[in-house]
Design a binder for this molecule. Structure first.
Ligand code: ZN
Length: 174
C-alpha cells in the first residue's frame, strides 16, 4: 500500500466540487485503504479524496481515541439528511492547513446517508466529534474549508501564512 500526498492550501483543487462515485470496486477500495493509511500517518481523524487530489465524493474518518482499536468509517457519496438546531463548537484543524486551528460552530447532531466500503447503503446518526468531523469532511467535497466559517480577517491571515510556508518549503527542495 502506498501513501498519498496531501494537497496543502492554497491550491485551486481544494475549492472544486467533487463528483459522485458510480460504483464500489477493488480500485476504489485500494484508494480508500491508501487514504486511510495516509490519514493515520499524518496523523488526522478525517480525510476527503480531494485532499489527495481526487475530485470524488469519498471520505475516510476515524475518531476513535484508542490507537490500538481502530474504528475506520468509509463514506462514499455521503448526504446529510438532518442537521440539529443545537450547535457545538470545536477547535478545528485540517491536514490541508497544517499548523492552523480555529473555533468553528456547527450543528451538534447530523444524520447521514452513504454507501460503505462494501457498496452497501447505510445511514447513521452522529453527534459530538463525529458530527463535526463528518460536516468538515463533507464541506471538502463542496470546495469549502473550515476557514470559510471564520472571519475574513482571520482567514486571510491563515492563507497568507500558508503561502509563505509553502514558498519556504519550495526553497529547501532544490
Ligand atoms: Zn480538512
Amino acid at each position: 500500500m502506498s501513501k498519498r500526498n496531501i494537497v496543502i492550501e492554497p491550491d485551486p483543487i481544494l475549492r472544486k466540487k467533487s463528483e459522485p462515485l458510480e460504483e464500489v470496486n477493488n480500485d476504489l477500495r485500494k484508494l480508500m485503504d491508501e487514504m486511510l493509511e495516509t490519514m493515520y500517518e499524518a496523523p488526522g481523524i478525517g480525510l476527503a479524496a480531494v485532499q489527495v487530489g481526487i475530485l470524488k465524493r469519498l471520505i475516510v474518518i476515524d475518531v476513535s481515541k484508542d490507537k490500538e482499536k481502530k474504528d475506520p468509517l468509509f463514506l462514499i457519496n455521503p448526504e446529510i439528511t438532518f442537521k440539529s438546531n443545537k450547535t457545538s463548537t470545536y477547535e478545528e484543524g485540517c491536514l490541508s492547513l497544517p499548523g492552523h486551528f480555529a473555533e468553528v460552530e456547527r450543528p451538534a447532531e447530523c444524520h447521514l446517508n452513504f454507501v460503505d466500503y462494501n457498496g452497501n447503503k447505510k445511514d447513521i446518526k452522529a453527534n459530538g466529534l463525529l458530527a463535526t468531523c463528518i460536516q468538515h469532511e463533507i464541506d471538502h467535497l463542496d470546495g469549502i474549508l473550515f476557514i470559510d466559517h471564520i472571519s475574513k480577517l482571520k482567514r486571510d491571515m491563515i492563507i497568507k501564512k500558508l503561502k509563505k510556508s509553502k514558498k519556504e518549503l519550495d526553497k529547501v527542495i532544490l
